[in-house]
Design a binder for this molecule. Structure first.
Ligand code: AMP
Length: 210
């Protein structure tokens, strides 16, 4: 199954993708995670995009498209993949159409207040990218990753000032993709405001009914 996960930051794309990847035996490709890994490893790409991520702006299409092109050409993507956070612009969506077919575009619908609460309470394991929430999905020991024992971090772009910009960027550049994919008959709307388990079940049922 080849899928795109669409929705604003904080809609639960990464959380649901982590479950779906196990359930369906497909690859989870998060462009945000790929950029964060490049920044951590101080690669050329990382140096180029660090300030852009910190500001909550979009990395140029050419850079992002090339990174995804290389990633989905890997043999592990043949069985299927979830693209989480890509495409984010019409130009990226057009480029993706030239690279691969898609079975579904899951659109996670979540009210803005919920998104802001989720983002500001989100914490992450710096090495695995595993996601927690201080209220809704806390780790067993406060501030510590359940698996690696590392101290959890807050993503710099999850601070309140940057959240506002990221949501504006979403409305302006990415939200038009909902219509773009609806016209292609690919959109599956899912109410993303419940618990991860509930949202996953809604999506699983909707995908099975396709
Ligand atoms: P995410 O983890 O999906 O919230 O992405 C974090 C940040 O990475 C975004 O705010 C952008 O700066 C950058 N980014 C991720 N995916 C893309 C994309 N498809 N196009 C441009 N920038 C992106």
């Amino acid at each position: 199954m080849k899928m795109v996960f669409l929705g604003p930051p904080g809609a639960g794309k990464g959380t649901i993708a982590a479950r779906a990847k196990e359930a369906y035996g497909i690859v989870h490709i998060s462009t945000g995670d790929l950029f964060r890994a490049a920044i951590k490893n101080e690669t050329e790409l990382g140096k180029k995009v660090k300030a852009i991520l910190a500001a909550g702006d979009l990395v140029p299409d050419s850079v992002t498209i090339e990174m995804v092109r290389q990633r989905i050409a890997q043999p592990d993507c043949e069985k299927g993949f979830i693209l989480d956070g890509f495409p984010r612009t019409v130009a990226q969506a057009d480029a993706l159409t030239g690279m691969t077919g898609l079975d579904a575009v899951v659109n996670f619908v979540v009210p803005k207040e919920v998104v802001v609460r989720r983002l500001s309470g989100r914490r992450m394991c710096p090495s695995t990218g595993r996601i927690y929430h201080i209220e809704f999905g806390p780790p067993k020991v406060e501030g510590i990753d359940d698996e690696t024992g590392e101290p959890l971090i807050q993503r710099p772009d999850d601070r309140e000032e940057t959240i506002v910009n990221r949501l504006e960027v979403y409305d302006r550049s990415t939200a038009p993709l909902i219509d773009y994919y609806r016209q292609k008959g690919l959109i599956v709307d899912i109410d993303g405001s419940g618990s991860p388990q509930h949202v996953f079940e809604l999506m699983d049922a909707a995908l099975k009914a396709l």
